[in-house]
Write a new protein. Sequence first.
Length: 431
Amino acid sequence: LLHSINLGPNFDEIESAMARNFAQAAQSCGVKQIVYLGGINNDAKTSKHLTSRANTGKELATTSVPVLELRAGIIIGSGSASFEMLRHLTHRLPIMTTPKWVMNKTHPIAVRDVLWYLRNCAKLEKPVAGVFDIGGPEILSYADMMQKFAKLSGLRKRLIIKVPVLTPKLSSLWIGFVTPVPTALARPLVGSLISEVVADPKKSIDKLIPKPKEGLIDVEGAVSLALSNVSSNTVSTRWSDATLPTAPWQKAQSDPEWAGEMLLKDKKVRTTDASIKSLWAAIEEIGGDNGWYGADFLWYLRGVLDRMIGGVGLRRGRRDPVHLRVGDSLDFWRVESLVPEQSLKLYAEMILPGKAWLEFRISKLANGQSEVVQEASFSPRGLGGQLYWYAVLPFHTLVFPTMIRNLIRSANRKDYAEMIKTNPVDNFDLS
């Protein structure tokens, strides 16, 4: 996939040059087969973006190296720009005024199925030249896709009002304003949505590469996978090995910041002379009867409110007053991950319009000091979740600076107590 859509209005010229350079380099290196992933381009009203995808395939085919071109519709998976744009619009806007293109047909395909075709292209016994369309088992409108996003995200059905006056330029400016997708990226993508992106049966790849035995994933199945977090809320999977590779339909580290679920953060970073050992002891003792290092009344009030609406509140306390382990309940939190003397991550089990985490990370700096990172993060569910986050921000200014400051003070007291224990006053010569 040769992609320079973020590089400005002449991205199509840049992509053509990239394709020519790649094709010539492949030929000089003796490459036997090029496999190119582009976009379905069967509508007469095709956009500049989709035309560029097709032209890239043509440029790749200008040498003697056979080019097998796969053309896909919207790929459902975290990081797919078109998918992310529609997902963010759905999550943030319960009522949408949209252009007429939301009723255009699209032929989405799960990223797992795209990988199926790509892997099997690499297994072909002989080089193949040709253009093949790949799509999932369903054809539906963009509006239908957004309603499925809403349903699977636990949101109410979106009210979509179609208006005839929204140009692609105006639409992209609006998308850049209400979603984290950059306007420069949204503009060509919105332009491509005016096209009907449906696979042509005459360009089917089935004879060359049959479908998976279990069949292609339907839209709801693909969206469900894409909306899932790397860290699931299911306890059994949440406690699994954190070193497992990211599933292809989930957000990866290489994906852009706006990919995946929206994540709002309140991050505090401090340096201190306190030892890693004492800092970890202070972190591990948090919660329960030990409190939350200040503003305990606000924590208590939040627990009472949670119980009033059917949540667990603060009544669970903690299993052990000193030590934690993965899976422990901690007031209205659950220990999601723990690496001794490095990090502690808590998942909120209070009733919220979204998902929340509180994480502590400590590390030794080159100058001998210790760094403490305290990060509260929140993945809002719909517009209500976003409003909740900004409503409680004033309380964050009271709670979180106090928490990290008192945590460090507790660690310093532990270091002092250890110093006195190791070097008692009786051992000093005071004469």
